[in-house]
Design a protein around this ligand. Sequence first.
Ligand SMILES: NC(=O)c1ccc[n+]([C@@H]2O[C@H](COP(=O)([O-])OP(=O)(O)OC[C@H]3O[C@@H](n4cnc5c(N)ncnc54)[C@H](OP(=O)(O)O)[C@@H]3O)[C@@H](O)[C@H]2O)c1
Length: 309
Amino acid sequence: MRVITQQKLGGPEVLTIADVPEPRPLPTEVLVRVKAIGLNPLEARLRDGEFPLLGQPPFVLGWDVSGVVEEALTWRFRPGDEVFGMPLFPRAANAYAEAVAAPALHLVRKPEKLSHVEAAALPIVGLTAWQGLVDLGGVSAGDRVLIHGGGGGVGHVAIQIAKALGAHVIATASESKREFVEGLGADEVIDYKKVDFSEVVSEIDVVLDTLGGDTVERSLGVLRPGGHLVTAVADEDTALIAKFEAAGMRFSGIGVDPDPVALRQLVGLVEQGKLRVHVQETFPFERVADAHRLLDGGHLQGKVVLTVG
Ligand SMILES: NC(=O)c1ccc[n+]([C@@H]2O[C@H](COP(=O)([O-])OP(=O)(O)OC[C@H]3O[C@@H](n4cnc5c(N)ncnc54)[C@H](OP(=O)(O)O)[C@@H]3O)[C@@H](O)[C@H]2O)c1
């Protein structure tokens, strides 16, 4: 089978296609014939070495996949089942590939309402948003929720989850994404290039941060007493956490994991028509370098996906 691999760290041009033996599933695992691969900004940072999660090359990037079970050494699936997930994260899943061997427990059935492209785009961003808003944030009906980066991968799913939970949702995004973000259900959109959110927002129960940097500290002032900031980006900065605690607020960092129960909850929202996945652009497998150039540029609207075969 073909994989996308790299022999050295660097720009998108280091990504090359190689032929390797197909992986063999172990008992409790399946072999998935991959139809689509979702890309995430993290993978660009692994590719160029900024974040050495997979160590030194050669390695194969990728976690988010959707495809068809070809071999099942498990009672959970049968050959022909359509599945998707983010297996093995944060260990290497070698998912930039035509086939992936994965624990059956890390995959769920693909709903008919999602194409393979849409399903491959969902797991990492969907589970990050779910774990941030539901598991950590405990968002419930009537809460005021502020979502930073509302037009991006995590943000666009988070807005829809928060709305499905009955929250009042405020999102930051650039003006060009206003219509998109309002279409996802955001009650208020703040153009971060023109307006400082910390001057116009208040009494927030939960902030979901996808930006890091000074956005985290500036969000402290918009929380109501006892409010909770959940970030997908900031490191466990003990001084910052202490500042939140001293102010009577809570601070949590998300480390997303491949929780199949939560992934099924996301499938439920999709089936109820409460969650859709926006794919900004798809690229064929062979054009992975162009897809990574888009990741490197930032300012994504929804997701970027590779199609296979
Ligand atoms: N901790 C974890 O487990 C975990 C899991 C998933 C993702 N992450 C991290 O979370 C971050 C977001 O991921 P993602 O997939 O959502 O990225 P993404 O798709 O690139 O989205 C980021 C969004 O933020 C917007 N943005 C940039 N600067 C902004 C600002 N100052 N204010 C408001 N919006 C701004 C961008 O577009 P515009 O500038 O055009 O508005 C873009 O839409 C990444 O750093 C990723 O690595 C962490």
